[in-house]
Design a protein around this ligand. Structure first.
Ligand code: HEC
Ligand code: HEC
Ligand code: HEC
Length: 106
């Protein structure tokens, strides 16, 4: 009996962390909290799984693999850096469109 419980505990101990790791795509959800705008959440799941963009589509040409490696701001993004490399009305919706602000700022 004790042995069974021990085995179960060991099995669960291995399975649960693997399951949790499998749920997180790439760097997971990354939250940016600019001072004078509502927060922006970047979802790896949406971009990687949902839109089929490879890791190398962003790393390391556009972003490092660490949150906060750059000081992003809206004027750089609007000029086509960072998120603006794709969110420019060509590869994806345009950051400059006022109807699109709330797609990122929530
Ligand atoms: C569409 C762009 C994009 C794609 C594709 C992408 N990432 Fe990221 N990744 C980001 C951004 C943006 C950040 C945050 C960078 C920053 O804040 O400076 C990031 C950060 C990370 C981080 C750091 C997370 C942290 O908490 O510091 C890891 C790890 C990571 N990505 C792994 C991956 C892996 C693995 C893949 C492929 C499965 C991938 N990324 C695909 C945009 C992307
Ligand atoms: C593709 C996503 C995206 C869209 C669309 C977007 N933003 Fe942003 N915005 C960001 C990110 C990312 C930051 C930087 C967050 C950080 O690092 O603090 C930011 C920062 C800001 C800031 C903080 C100050 C500054 O200059 O950086 C303001 C204000 C802002 N955005 C306004 C807007 C307005 C207005 C629109 C619509 C015309 C818009 N944003 C559309 C992603 C977006
Ligand atoms: C390599 C290209 C690429 C980069 C870089 C990128 N995105 Fe995206 N993103 C996409 C594509 C493609 C879509 C799908 C939407 C579409 O079809 O217009 C998308 C969708 C989104 C959506 C979903 C909007 C909705 O419809 O609700 C958000 C939010 C978003 N991106 C935020 C960001 C932020 C914030 C950044 C920068 C940190 C970023 N993205 C960088 C390609 C990119």
């Amino acid at each position: 009996m004790v042995k069974k419980i021990l085995t179960l505990a060991i099995v669960l101990g291995f399975v649960i962390p693997i399951a949790a790791a499998a749920q997180k795509v790439g760097g997971g959800d990354i939250k940016f909290t600019p001072k004078n705008a509502s927060p922006v959440t970047f979802s790896h799941e949406l971009h990687v799984k949902g839109k089929g963009i490879k890791c190398t589509g962003c790393h390391y040409q556009i972003f490092q693999m660490a949150q906060g490696s750059y000081k992003m701001d809206m004027s750089k993004i609007t000029k086509g850096d960072f998120c603006g490399k794709c969110h420019n009305g060509q590869k994806s919706f345009d950051v400059k469109g006022s109807e699109n602000c709330a797609k990122c700022h929530k």
